[in-house]
Design a protein around this ligand. Sequence first.
Ligand SMILES: Nc1ncnc2c1ncn2[C@@H]1O[C@H](COP(=O)(O)OP(=O)(O)OP(=O)(O)O)[C@@H](O)[C@H]1O
Length: 639
Amino acid sequence: MSGLASLKRDFSTNAPIKSERDTESQAPAPSKRSKLSASVLKAIELGVATRNSGDGSSMPTTTASTSMLSQKRTFAPGQVAAAPPAKRRQLPDSWKDTGSSTSSQYSSSSYNYTSSSYSYSSSALTATTTWKKAESKPLVIPAAGKSTKAANKKPAAIFLSREQQAILQLVSEGTNVFYTGSAGTGKSVLLREIIKAMQKKYAKSPDAIAITASTGIAACNIGGVTVHSFAGIGLGIESAEDLANKIRKNKKASSRWLRTKVLIVDEVSMIDGDLFDKLARIGSILRRNIEPFGGIQVIVTGDFFQLPPVQKGNQQVKFAFEAEMWKKSVKRTIKLTKVFRQKDQEFVDMLNEMRYGTLSQKSITKFRSLSRDIIYEDGLGPTELFPRRNDVDSSNGVRMSRLRGQNKTYYATDGGTASEEQRKKLLDNFMAPESLYLAVDAQVMLIKNLDETLVNGSMGIIKRFADPASYKTEFEEAILLQEGKPSSSGKKAPTKQQSQQLWPVVEFKVPGGSREVMVLPENWKIELPNGEIQASRTQVESLLMHSVRLVTLTPVLQLPLILAWAMSIHKSQGQTLDRVKVDLAKVFEKGQAYVALSRATSLDGLQVLNFSPDKVFVHDKVRQWSASLETLDFPDGND
Ligand SMILES: Nc1ncnc2c1ncn2[C@@H]1O[C@H](COP(=O)(O)OP(=O)(O)OP(=O)(O)O)[C@@H](O)[C@H]1O
């Protein structure tokens, strides 16, 4: 966990991206015994090793290799109209197959990025219990039964759609691209692949790629920094010229501007148009290149129908696409059309109507019908989304106060080279809270990718608190019993120190079942492209806090969990949630209702209170501007 990507996120996906070739060539499934021994016990070993190290910096890292995009497909420029009316473009010659076909054809053989890998930090001891998938019944979602294999299965591999592949190809060729798409069209999944492709392309000069986002949370989610932080502009209120002069005096910031070859900007909808212009000009000034951003390749993504930039007083919002430099900076603006998050076309259509503020009577009636209660018999409730943080805190607080079981508070400690003020600002944007009060039966969300099925956004319930040593022993016994072997004796007793350290054991819902995991603390940090650590947050178990702080001041540990009965809409942007509850009476900002409701994967998992069409606000200028977006049409579909 160093260099560009201090936090690696799976962008809500539950599966790695694989090529067909890889899928075909997979080794036969291991026997039951080897599966248990190899994967589960390995996780235990890693977890214990991590814990024993007492220092997040030496946490073990597991690396999983995946490959992607070696599908051969053909397409021709399409002519089909999309709503809203979109500009259709001829696909470039470089995408055409020069083979025998006389029609315009595309062969993915031109992709260079057929293979990529990702790594994740293993910070959990895992056990697997399995359950039968809940049957979908109106209002009552029954508790899952037990099954034997489902939860051991890996989730299905994800293949980039043709339009996702085409954008990847474009940016790989060096084109400045803005790509967008409604909620759930796989912008984040694609961005992850773009980052991997760029990291591969510039493997010899990793600081050539600046991974940034408009907000700290969005930046954390892609292992990047905020655009402000990358640019070294502080609040960025001065003119571009003054800011450039300021940056020149800051060696690190000016060298970042000079070394960067690719600037990635996520969640651009929250970037103010004036700021976009300033950044483009600063790049020109510092790099002595008349091109916007001084000729740096820019890859920009986001959805302007989602959360807008923070408004300055009574000033009208100015979107990035209204910036003078927008058109000069972004050569292609492409809209992804295939929605992945929701499978139900009725729901997709309802959300689309909501997005454009053109709700039909049928959709209004349907949205109103979603005010019914939903009972999840497995005990895992919905995540209630609120526009304001106070409501989130009080909702989670009330739920916690009802729990009577064992509880623990985990505190964060911060470090890093940033000034106190900067650090506070950065850390405020972390997903993880400064102090985390947990109790048995608390509903939590994982905020980091641990492996293929335990990903950022996985929901679970705290079953108990345990120390790693006894958890491992208990788990090994369970495995032996499951395999029909006598349980082993003479296990090493946990050390005194280990016994004192209790960590939450969480039962997470995973595709096809549930997994029990002991969640161990992790190292959290924000890094600049040159590897300088700006801020880090440490969380240590309350019992150890004094000795840790006074004796060593070094541990960098944190639990990758948050309470998840409630969450702010702001934090939820980018998440995929199976169980969502939203009270629209509290919504006040444009895009908020759309962001909140579009987190849900199905109508059955969505409860909406106080639905009213006048709670759905859309910026007219976004609606108008979106009509000019280009879509890539393929004769036999965009899948
Ligand atoms: N090519 C694909 N094949 C299958 N599933 C996909 C694909 N791309 C994305 N998904 C899935 O769709 C869901 C939404 O993806 P993602 O979060 O990337 O969308 P998004 O456009 O970034 O959404 P939002 O704007 O709401 O943040 C995720 O569960 C993701 O795994």
